[in-house]
Design a binder for this molecule. Structure first.
Ligand code: HEM
Ligand code: HEM
Length: 229
């Protein structure tokens, strides 16, 4: 990852193409799981199974999309886990989250690549995906119908539905933060953020990146090679 001084601004690389692609596969899988899960959850929502080609198709597809979610999130986990270990300044950051909401971020301790709230979301997503997958297997009748007792399957349904709600709440908080903090979306669409964004929200990370080196693209020779107008 690199800090680049461009003609009029400084940009910092935040995600490689492979990480962004994997993130969006995870996001799409979760959206499809939510829609198909809702269709299976209550008769009033059954009409949503039309999106997946009817009731049987929804029932067949939902767990397989769950397998895609588990696989893509596992890769995301490997790509991101080293930046998500908890440290003491994260505790202080989370205690003062009100200052972020009030726009007084200068009072907060410097955040690394991820702040305390993002780390909590990361570990929350990790735990919930594991529980959703585990409980999903218990109620996957097509393959595991005879592996678990009726009692276990009943508990599996309750755990799965409750954890699905918890997962949705976490993802809604994540999406809200992605739009609330202006400039964050660029990190996941273009892979880079402005120096100002990095300085304001993740100063510790910006320092680390800058220590690795700054590429001055203003000195590229192409500028003088432009044809005369
Ligand atoms: C449409 C839905 C989504 C949007 C708009 C979105 C947006 C974003 C953005 C902008 C970032 C970069 C934040 C940064 O670098 O500071 C990000 C990071 C991330 N996203 Fe998403 N995301 C979505 C869905 C999901 C889902 C469903 C998951 C997992 C199940 C997920 C997992 C993550 C993780 C682990 C990170 C890195 C840590 C973090 O920023 O919390 N995202 N997302
Ligand atoms: C992670 C992998 C997942 C697997 C393997 C999985 C598997 C399953 C299975 C087998 C069923 C039962 C379908 C039937 O009645 O035949 C089910 C139901 C359901 N799933 Fe998932 N699922 C997963 C993730 C998710 C996620 C992420 C959500 C939503 C955020 C979700 C929401 C639901 C809901 C609401 C139901 C209906 C609840 C019920 O019948 O008790 N699932 N899932």
């Amino acid at each position: 990852m690199v800090v680049r001084r461009e003609e009029t601004r400084t940009m910092v690389d935040r995600y490689r193409g492979a990480t962004r692609l994997n993130h969006w596969v995870t996001a799409i899988a979760l959206i499809l799981l939510t829609l198909s899960g809702m269709a299976l959850f209550h008769p009033a929502l059954f009409f949503m199974s039309g999106l997946f080609g009817g009731g049987s198709m929804t029932r067949m597809l939902h767990p397989w999309i769950g397998v895609v979610l588990l696989a893509s999130f596992a890769v995301l986990f490997i790509q991101m886990v080293r930046h998500n270990f908890w440290n003491r300044s994260d505790t202080v950051w989370v205690r003062h989250i009100g200052d972020v909401m009030a726009g007084n971020e200068e009072k907060m301790p410097e955040a690394g690549k991820y702040n305390g709230a993002q780390k909590l979301i990361f570990w929350g997503m990790t735990l919930l995906i594991l529980v959703l997958f585990g409980s999903g297997l218990v109620i996957w009748y097509e393959y595991f119908g005879s592996t678990f007792t009726i009692e276990q399957q009943r508990i599996g349904h309750i755990v799965h539905a409750l954890m699905a709600i918890a997962m949705l709440l976490i993802v809604i908080a994540h999406i809200y933060a992605a739009f609330y903090i202006r400039g964050s979306i660029n990190a996941m669409t273009e892979g880079k953020v402005t120096g100002g964004w990095a300085f304001r929200h993740h100063r510790g990370w910006l320092r680390e990146e800058a220590r690795e080196g700054v590429v001055d693209e203003r000195q590229q020779p192409q500028r003088s090679m432009r044809p005369a107008e």
